[in-house]
Design a protein around this ligand. Sequence first.
Ligand SMILES: Cc1cc2nc3c(=O)[nH]c(=O)nc-3n(C[C@H](O)[C@H](O)[C@H](O)COP(=O)(O)O)c2cc1C
Length: 342
Amino acid sequence: MSEHSASQRKDAHLDLAKQTLADGARPSHLLDRIDLPYCALPELDLPQIDITARFLHRQLAAPLLITGMTGGTARADALNAALVSVASRHNIAIGLGSQRASLEAGQSQHALRKAHPKACLIGNLGGVQITGKAGLALAERAAGDIEADALAIHLNPLQEAIQPEGDHDWQGVEEAIGRLVDKLACPIIVKEVGAGLSAAVVRRLYAAGVAYIDVAARGGTNWALIEWLRQNPEKQSLYKPFLSAGIDLPDALAGARHIAPDMHIIASGGIRHGLDIAKTLWLGADMAGMAGGLLQSLEDDNGQLHPDRLSDKIVEIQEQIRLSCFLTGAKSVTMLKKMQNY
Ligand SMILES: Cc1cc2nc3c(=O)[nH]c(=O)nc-3n(C[C@H](O)[C@H](O)[C@H](O)COP(=O)(O)O)c2cc1C
């Protein structure tokens, strides 16, 4: 595919991701059916509640990761610069979107690391891009370019199957993941992009030595729908039954935690606020990830960026996590996690 059409696709993804979320594609979420155990006698001082979280040998201000969205176009680079800057200011973790296109075009994103030496910064490549002999070298370049704290490998077969230009050969990905676990200098995080990691897949990743996963479940940004909207109308009926394929977030979390008690599990897929995050911690996650919801805060319908709006949103999310702990009688997010009922 030409560089021009890859850039057009990335920008179309940004627009469609915002549009499909704004269209009310997710009026409710399965997390709405879950209530944290309410405690009328907390014996706590709300501002003293400790919501810090340990992740990749860093102490973060909150158990929150802005998960990878984009990169490789002028618009995407401006978005990433704003995302990394806000994440770094609030001491939360931040992932870049796939680095493949920019690396293949000979571009570097090292300026992001240079500007934010202490950021918890995560690189990103697709599962199909790390197969074969060249896979390890590409992963080393991606991680090295930004001195990554970890490299996220995204598994998105549903998206690729429906995407007009998608990769349909998914052979060798599992083996390639095992190779990265053994050979890459930094940890890897295996993630979906919104259709969820099943318990069976988590079992295979766990056996391969993967220590970090992001379940990225159904319930938020819907990549099947986004690619379907980009598909040739003649092909849309073929893919229509698959638009809601995937695993819901509470199910994905329960399955993953049951299989892998000591894995670092990131909960994502339609997280809207700090109460959602607290619920996922209570259900067994170590931290939560957000993408589409934060993109909506950062970029308006005219493509203008509003880092202050994103910053306010992150402060609000942190206060909501703190309040959730208070109302559950937990003095910290660590204690909230110990109240898990899986
Ligand atoms: C505009 C956009 C672009 C994305 N690009 C990537 C990507 O390049 N690599 C990746 O691993 N995930 C990508 N994602 C998926 C997110 O990291 C996340 O897993 C998914 O959107 C589910 O979270 P959400 O419901 O909070 O949006 C992208 C998401 C959005 C909204």
